[in-house]
Design a protein around this ligand. Sequence first.
Ligand code: NDP
Ligand code: GDR
Length: 351
Amino acid sequence: MAKRALITGVTGQDGAYLARLLLATGYEVHGVKRRSSSFNTGRIEDIYQDPHAPDPKLILHYGDMTDATNLIRIMQEVQPDEIYNLAAQSHVLVSFETPEYSSNADAMGTLRMLEAIRILGLEKKSRFFQASTSELYGLASEKPQDESTPFRPRSPYAVAKLYAYWITVNYREAYGIHASNGIAFNHESPLRGETFVTRKITRAAAAIALGKQDKLFLGNLNARRDWGHAREYVEGMWRILQQDKPDDYVLATGVTTQVRDFVRWAFEDAGIPIEFVGTGLAEKGIAQFDGRVLVEIDPRYFRPTEVDVLIGDASKAERVLDWKAKTTARELAREMVEADLGALRAAMANE
Ligand code: NDP
Ligand code: GDR
């Protein structure tokens, strides 16, 4: 019998990579997707299977993290061997605008999934993975951050994810559920949401290079992030659930990069070697090429409380899971710019 996995957030960046990995490994994959007014399954189009086809291996269910009845019903129907809880309002700045909704989906949503396991008596059957985040560390003074670094969250998103982290640990200890956290540092790819900084930069670099955009407006260019490739991180998630014992693991590259450098690389890869003017955030035209201002700071993208530096230590994952991040931030920039240039060229050819 094929193993059966349930992925919440299957239409997101990680959900799309994880569904591919699990299908390739022979799983039957069930995904929870939200109802939206237009199609939101673009990232899984190539693995989508007609529900009328005989014996489909990818099955989608309408659902929402804010609706317990619906989550219980889906879990009852699917009886999953493995649950990957990836659904979340995952944008940090947006969580300051929608703090109650973000908490409901990200914190209470996780509780609803864990309670569904109990209500349905799936404690011994279903293994549970929680998508925890390096944002939990926030202002942490220890660097690099590992599984023993104290949490100090700095946004409604991070505070909601703190609850989700601990409720996962608590249900493991209280009810013996095989429940684990992957504390993932930032991971990106050509499938990354368009409003996260890496993808915003690579799309803009491609559009400016092809004459479709004049300028890129960004927020804090001095922040540093530990950026890896999403494809590798979902493999880490899968490995976490293959362990006999549930536990919590950091997934990271161990290298941190300033947003400013990612901007420089992306424009370089798009054939525009920009020059930065100054290092502060007050300058108006912060990066130029050929006398043209191409990057400007817009304070609307500053966060009320920022996380300045993140850098992870994934040695436990390497030791126990035999998992190690391979793609560097420099390589990511190139892959993402190439993908965005390719997509834009194709769209322009159809104009
Ligand atoms: P995305 O934002 O790309 O995807 C989020 C997914 O959750 C989408 O499928 C989205 O649906 C779905 N979703 C959002 N709200 C709800 C809701 N109320 N009910 C049901 N589904 C919902 O995130 P990523 O793929 O990048 O991240 C996956 C998970 O990992 C998230 O929980 C994120 O917080 C966490 N994480 C991500 C990291 C990263 O660097 N990418 C690092 C650490 C943690 P829709 O497509 O309809 O919007
Ligand atoms: P982050 O990712 O907040 O780390 O959360 P994001 O790409 O949004 O920001 C990274 C850094 O870039 C700075 N920044 C900007 N960010 C955005 N989005 N837009 C801008 O214009 C901009 N200019 C500068 C930010 O201030 C920040 O310092 C991501 C999400 O995937 C979370 O769900 C996940 O938990 C963490 O990564 C780990």
